[in-house]
Structures are given as structure tokens and as C-alpha cells.
Design a protein around this ligand. Structure first.
Ligand SMILES: [Zn+2]
Length: 153
């Protein structure tokens, strides 16, 4: 079992507190840690394919289109300077987009004098428990993101 399949199972059971909305190809969730305020993910529904190029053309187009809508809604909800889109998978091969709202100074002076991907930043700081939203903050974030998503769908 993979972590993302576990989280999807929780969504289906109604026990995933980060769940925002189900789309055709995936699930929208708020990230566990919010150093990058508004950090959201779009989780592909299945684990049967683990590379974008393995999806048939129509499915791939839909997955990309929906990811882009989630990114736009995240931007509208949380007002970053720029969105970052990342599909990695060495930790969990399950197809999932990390959608990072970025703001100047958010990785301090890591990377190239403060310019670089989120992964330049200290994992200790990024995943500090202090960056976990409170239950009230999480509800507010989910409401904001869901409202913006519904405007675009
Ligand atoms: Zn999985």
C-alpha cells in the first residue's frame, strides 16, 4: 500500500481532514504542512499507472487540465506571486501534483540567493509541526479553495 492510496482510502471513508473536492481524474487536498501557505495537492485516482506518459491521451489531457484548474483556484484562494507545479514520485510513485504557491523570500537565502524550488529549503523547517494548520485554519483553507474551484468548474 502507498501513502497516497491510504489517503485516498481515507477520503472514500470520509476520514481525511485535508480533502477538498473530487474531480473526474483526481482528488484535491490541502497539504499537511503550510510553510508555503496554500500548498495543495492533486492526487490521481488510480495507482495502476505511475508515469504521465502511460495515461492514454484523453485521460492525460483531462488530468493535466484539472491540475491546471486546481492550480488556478489555489492561486485565486491564496494569492501567491507565482504557482509552482511539481510531479515527482521518488517517495511515492503514485501520480500526484504538488501545487506550491510561492512568494519572494519563502526559502530564505537557500537555492541561488533565495531563488530555487521549494526543495532547496530545509526539510526540518518545511515539515515543522508549527506549520501544520489548526483544525479551524484547515477548515477555512478548504472552504476558500473549494469556493474558488467551484467558480472554475
Ligand atoms: Zn498509490
Amino acid at each position: 500500500m502507498c501513502l497516497i492510496c491510504d489517503r485516498i482510502e481515507m477520503i472514500k471513508n470520509g476520514t481525511n481532514p485535508y480533502f477538498v473536492k473530487e474531480l473526474e481524474t483526481g482528488y484535491v487536498v490541502i497539504g499537511d504542512h503550510q510553510h508555503f501557505y496554500g500548498y495543495s495537492l492533486f492526487l490521481y485516482k488510480n495507482h495502476d499507472k505511475t508515469e504521465l506518459f502511460q495515461l492514454d491521451k484523453a485521460e492525460r489531457s483531462k488530468f493535466m487540465e484539472e491540475m491546471s484548474i486546481v492550480a488556478e483556484a489555489t492561486s485565486n484562494a491564496f494569492h501567491p506571486e507565482k504557482m509552482n507545479y511539481e510531479l515527482l514520485g521518488m517517495g511515492d510513485a503514485h501520480l500526484h501534483w504538488h501545487l506550491y504557491p510561492r512568494r519572494a523570500g519563502d526559502i530564505e537565502n537557500c537555492g541561488n540567493n533565495g531563488v530555487g524550488p521549494v526543495w532547496c529549503y530545509s526539510f526540518e523547517k518545511m515539515y515543522d509541526d508549527a506549520n501544520r494548520p489548526s483544525p479551524e485554519e484547515l477548515e477555512q483553507m478548504k472552504d476558500k479553495l473549494r469556493t474558488e474551484l467551484e467558480k472554475l468548474l
